[in-house]
Design a protein. Structure first.
Length: 266
């Protein structure tokens, strides 16, 4: 890079010297002031343009070098996080949670990697949240790595609803997850336990929920536009039944409370 900077500066200097030499030899050759000025302007323009091209090339080279370095650092961060996830220890979930946060941060400045990151996190949950999950704090919160993984998925999907189709959760225990105002469009949940979870004001548009169970949770203000719910069971859950009217299918969706069991319909 230093080499190209010197080339650029050299061309600019040469342009300046060439203009002075043109002026000197012009007077000696008996040319008029107008002729000499024209030749001097041409010399300045030619070498000025060459110098500018060299500067632009140098900047482009520098930016490309920086991008390559950044990608290399991203890859190193990715491999480090994956190594921690492979060595997951359910008794020390905070280690995996830290690795998952690394993956989420990677997605912020490497958008091309987001689909791969979503697949990784989905696979992690399907593997490590198989029901029933042990080491949940049964009186407070979900296991930290699972909580963070669901939050990271929501953040990675962001405003790109199509990315949600990469998330398919099956036969997992996500009790106690706190996902208020989370973003899960187009995802699929099959045989998922969401008991004591909070999905208040979550976005589940165009999602498919099959065989999902929620007991003692919060499911109010949820955006279900275009969603399909089959064999979904709510027990003693805080619901806003009008939210379900935006779903395109409600098949055997029931609510059980102290008064009995009722099918939710619109």
């Amino acid at each position: 890079m230093i080499f190209w900077i010197l080339i650029a500066l050299g061309l600019l200097v040469v342009g300046f010297v060439a203009s002075k030499l043109t002026l000197f030899f012009g007077y000696r050759a008996g040319k008029t002031s107008t002729q000499i000025k024209d030749e001097t302007d041409v010399a300045k323009s030619v070498f000025g343009m060459l110098g500018a091209v060299a500067v632009v090339f140098t900047l482009g080279f520098s930016l490309n070098e920086f991008a390559l370095k950044e990608r290399a650092e991203d890859r190193q961060q990715l491999y480090g996080a994956l190594g921690q996830l492979v060595a997951v220890d359910a008794k020390r979930p905070e280690i995996s949670a830290a690795a998952i946060l690394q993956l989420a941060r990677l997605g912020e400045h490497a958008p091309d990697e987001v689909p791969a990151l979503l697949r990784i996190l989905t696979a992690y949950i399907n593997e490590n949240a198989r029901a029933p999950v042990v080491y949940h704090d049964d009186h407070n919160a979900a296991r930290p790595d699972l909580q963070i993984a669901m939050f990271a998925i929501s953040e990675l999907i962001g405003n790109n609803e199509a990315l949600g189709s990469l998330v398919i959760l099956k036969d997992v225990d996500l009790r106690y997850v706190s996902l208020e105002k989370s973003n899960f469009p187009n995802i699929r949940m099959q045989s998922v336990d969401l008991s004591y979870a909070s999905f208040q004001e979550a976005v589940l548009i165009n999602s498919v929920l099959t065989g999902v169970r929620m007991e003692g949770g919060v499911f109010t203000g949820v955006h279900l536009d275009g969603a399909k719910l089959d064999f979904v069971e709510f027990q003693n859950t805080n619901l806003a039944k009008e939210d379900f009217c935006d779903a395109v299918r409600l098949n055997s969706v029931t609510e059980t409370n102290s008064d009995g069991t009722f099918e939710i319909s619109c």
